[in-house]
Design a protein around this ligand. Sequence first.
Ligand SMILES: Cc1cc2nc3c(=O)[nH]c(=O)nc-3n(C[C@H](O)[C@H](O)[C@H](O)COP(=O)(O)OP(=O)(O)OC[C@H]3O[C@@H](n4cnc5c(N)ncnc54)[C@H](O)[C@@H]3O)c2cc1C
Length: 446
Amino acid sequence: MRETLHIVGGGMAGSEAAWQAARSGVPVVIHEMRPKVGTFAHRTGNLAEMVCSNSFRSDDDERNAVGLLHWEMRAAGGLIMEMADQHRLPAGGALAVDRDPFSESVTERLRAHPLITVTDEEVTSLPTDGHWIIATGPLTSGTLAEAIRSETGAEALAFFDAIAPIVYAESIDMSVAWAQSRYDKGETEAERKAYLNCPMTKNDYEGFIDALLAADKTEFHEGETAGYFDGCLPIEVMAERGRETLRFGPMKPVGLTNAHRPDVKPYAVVQLRRDNALGTLYNIVGFQTKMKYGAQTDVFKRIPGLQDASFARLGGIHRNTFINSPTLLDAQMRLKSRPHIRFAGQITGVEGYVESAAMGLLAGRMAAAEILGRDLPSPGPETAMGALITHITGGAEAKTFQPMNVNFGLFPPIDAKGGRRGRKDRYKAYTDRAKTTFNEWLVGQG
Ligand SMILES: Cc1cc2nc3c(=O)[nH]c(=O)nc-3n(C[C@H](O)[C@H](O)[C@H](O)COP(=O)(O)OP(=O)(O)OC[C@H]3O[C@@H](n4cnc5c(N)ncnc54)[C@H](O)[C@@H]3O)c2cc1C
């Protein structure tokens, strides 16, 4: 008799993990607390419920990283993609989904599988033995979150994300920005040049504050509280408190000398900090925001040096339970302190339906392989799934770890010429390379 895989949470990640493990011949129990215990965002007792938008974003698998993730999940026989395709709605190049039939059909398929059992119970503690995947998502119930917190330490579990926008390094204008840490602090040259700085004149600053105050903002969801604000005020709220607040906060111009114009003291400075080991992504320090996405691009492009910036992800502040995966998980998504427990989905610090399902797919396959006595390495970082898992389990900066969408900045770079045409060709080169590597990974599993 094969050992059973227990999955806590039947959302995007848990559903896909269950499907993948059961397809490998491993019995699965899904422990899903709904409909007995609800969350502020879910409305039904269905598995894989889409809590907000009905979009799986771009379906372009040649030039878009999330489209590539769709491709990889289809190639791996993913249930979430199969059902999304079955309930697709017209939406141009995006994959929009008819949400209720989608989650109903995922639920039916899982319940109908002879190796899968679904129980409607809330898991309230960390299991001490067996094979487990915790995929309880951004709205993990309070008791389980407390149990995770006492295992990992308070610092390693967040209840909100406060995401500052992330910019592709290649799109920063280095004829305007320069690399320098405040007061040249640091033991090594790399540390002394850890930040990129964008200088502002008084005029730039005043225009920026006006744009910030006028920008469209999003409201909090019902059930979200603003109690977390103490340490991470959105920049627009700081600006509302006073026009000079930012200049005395994240935009203070002290300890920095403009390498291009050493004789001119900047009135304010926007700093960007390296966000991944590859050095392809930078986050704008202290710029968490509730501005709407369109407004963010307009406002941030006013920053000198970022006029042509491309954003790997925009900023946001959300209710979101997630662990510090780079310090807590091994490359197999196992909790280092209790290796019989894996984590998957949004709780690992990926962001979005598709990314969460993809991490469920990997966790389900890895857990099943372990039960079957096989070794399953993760797909290489050249693939979308591999790039994500590499990022969360080690590639990301642990100190500033915040949830991440899939994007080409997570992939090992490919050399190609810049410019618009060049960039499109480069994305195609990324996806061609990924598909070859992903197919090899699948073939390697027999
Ligand atoms: C308000 C809100 C809006 C969002 N909007 C979007 C969006 O528009 N687009 C997008 O791509 N992403 C969005 N997200 C992120 C989205 O939640 C994730 O992308 C995705 O659903 C995460 O998948 P998951 O499987 O990790 O978690 P979920 O899909 O949330 O699944 C987790 C499951 O675990 C269950 N659970 C929790 N605790 C326990 C427990 N102790 N015992 C048993 N079961 C438990 C929950 O009931 C849930 O079914 C949003 C998130 C929130 C909170």
